[in-house]
Design a protein around this ligand. Structure first.
Ligand code: BG6
Length: 478
């Protein structure tokens, strides 16, 4: 039941939810900077400009921009050997269309990578994590326009060359399959159709979304090829939001619905990025969504040549599907689903399912047979900070312990698992609700949902626990 000796242990963040400093150092506004705060019951709003009286939580986030030395030291103390982060595209190209990159932004990440290496931590960099330059939304309606491919490749060329000897692990797009869902319009594709105001209820043109996704696939494949030319040692992966669904019953129609769910939501994107071609079921999916894909000469060859080196994914929860509409619904990462009577859910309605992770790892490895990495997992929970700064988060330890056990079981099954970076290792702003109160971290950040607080960092019980887990390579989970 042992994990690889060179197992990568760490944590994960994204610039827009963690850095703050949204208008410092020459950074331009990203889509995330246009999102207001929300909650479990009230949706975030997408605004085209900053409206009086509304609050934009990503502007400050956890203020890593001014706390990075302290934060990276804390990661070192826990024993991280990898840290998943993203580069904010808008720090490098504030609008996305400049000819020359912003040196101040490049220097900022030089400093981050140097600090990480001083602690023996390898950066794992997501190139685009839900933070498209907002200018590209205004000018092109985001990835709906093919022009984005070249702009993305230009950005990749700059960061690959600059960090050639500082970064080995890269992910081209965060949760690229978010674009298969209406929520992905703005969040993942930078598309803002007329009539959209609420993050959870966006005006949706499915054909446009699938076209935009095609542009992302081509861009990703070009980036993989370019990265390998610049440094053949680069390991470049895809990143999929894995959302397993079980059939609610053994009714054959539930089985068929489950299969369709896995194909269209979980496999569609990974198949293109790992196998280098659209899967057979794409034709049916396009038909159902009125898609006539505009493909340029050379696109399919680009996809074929730009396959990824490893497969990474986020895993938080599972749901059920049913052919009956009457079943009770629960929440989940990116999409809601039918409740599973055997599972308990978090305060945000995400059903906790460690066995589903073992199942998923087995399915993925059987399908792709390349190394896998769990780059997001964790429990968003309300924490109570004590006067001495401690947080007794036994519920988080329990969640993580059970998921690490599941990873070990999958490794024993024969799955090649590279590493684990639980989400929001230092508390950060929630993507779905914009809350700070939905905390995932080992480290508590003293800030509320409105950026009020000292931003002081303190160690939770899970911090000390995870340190032992890492030191024992996952053997000591007590
Ligand atoms: C993933 C995203 O979907 O889930 C992250 O990649 C996000 O950006 C994470 O923060 C957890 O979701 P939430 O909504 O709890 O922040």
């Amino acid at each position: 039941m042992s994990l690889r000796k060179d197992f990568l242990w760490g944590g994960a963040t994204a610039a827009n939810q963690f850095e703050g400093g949204w208008d410092e150092g020459g950074k331009g506004p990203s889509g995330a900077d246009m999102l207001t705060n929300g909650s479990f019951s009230s949706p975030r709003l997408i605004t085209k400009t900053w409206e009086e009286g509304l609050y934009y939580p990503n502007h400050i986030a956890s203020d890593f921009y001014h706390h990075h030395a302290e934060d990276i030291a804390l990661m070192g103390e826990m024993g991280f050997n990898v840290f998943r982060m993203s580069i904010a595209w808008t720090r490098i190209f504030p609008t996305g269309v400049e000819e020359e990159p912003n040196e101040e932004g490049l220097a900022f990440y030089d400093q981050i990578f140097d600090e990480l290496h001083e602690q023996g931590i390898e950066p794992l960099v997501t190139i685009s994590h839900y933070e498209l330059p907002f200018y590209l939304t205004e000018k092109y309606n985001g990835w709906a326009d093919r022009a984005l491919i070249d702009l993305y490749v230009k950005y990749c060329r700059v960061i690959f060359n600059r960090y050639r000897d500082k970064v080995k692990y890269w992910l081209t797009f965060n949760e690229i399959n978010c674009g298969t869902m209406p929520l992905g319009n703005f969040l993942s594709l930078g598309i803002l159709n007329k009539g959209t105001r609420e993050f959870t209820d966006q005006a949706d043109i499915p054909a446009l979304r699938y076209q935009a996704l095609h542009h992302q696939f081509v861009a990703s494949a070009k980036a993989v090829q370019l990265g390998h030319e610049i440094n053949p040692d680069f390991q470049i992966g895809c990143m999929i939001a894995f959302m397993p669904a079980y059939p609610r019953t053994c009714h054959p129609k539930d089985m068929l619905k489950m299969q369709r769910h896995w194909q269209n939501l979980n496999y569609y994107c990974g198949d293109v990025q790992v196998r280098g071609a659209y899967p057979f079921f794409a034709a049916q999916l396009w038909k159902e969504n009125g898609v006539t894909l505009a493909v340029e000469p050379g696109d399919m060859e680009t996809l074929r040549k730009g396959t990824v080196d490893f497969y990474s994914f986020s895993y938080y929860m599972t749901n059920c599907v049913s052919h009956e509409d009457s079943q009770s619904k629960v929440g989940g990462n990116l999409i809601a689903g039918v409740a599973n009577p055997y599972l308990e859910a978090s305060a945000w309605g995400w059903q906790i399912d460690p066995d589903g992770l073992r199942y998923t790892l087995n399915e993925l490895y059987a399908r792709y047979q390349i190394p896998l990495m769990v780059v997001e997992n964790g429990l968003g929970a309300f924490d109570q900070k004590e006067a001495d700064g401690s947080v007794h988060d036994s519920y988080r330890i329990d969640y993580l312990r059970r998921h690490i056990e599941a990873m070990k079981e999958a490794a024993a099954d024969g799955v090649d698992l590279m590493g684990y970076t639980p989400w929001g290792c230092i508390d950060l702003t929630s993507a779905s609700t914009g809350e700070m109160a939905k905390r995932y971290g080992f480290v508590y950040v003293d800030s509320d949902d409105y950026g009020k607080g000292s931003f002081a960092r303190s160690r939770k019980d899970s911090f000390h626990w995870y340190k032992k887990v890492i030191a024992s390579n996952g053997e000591d989970l007590a």
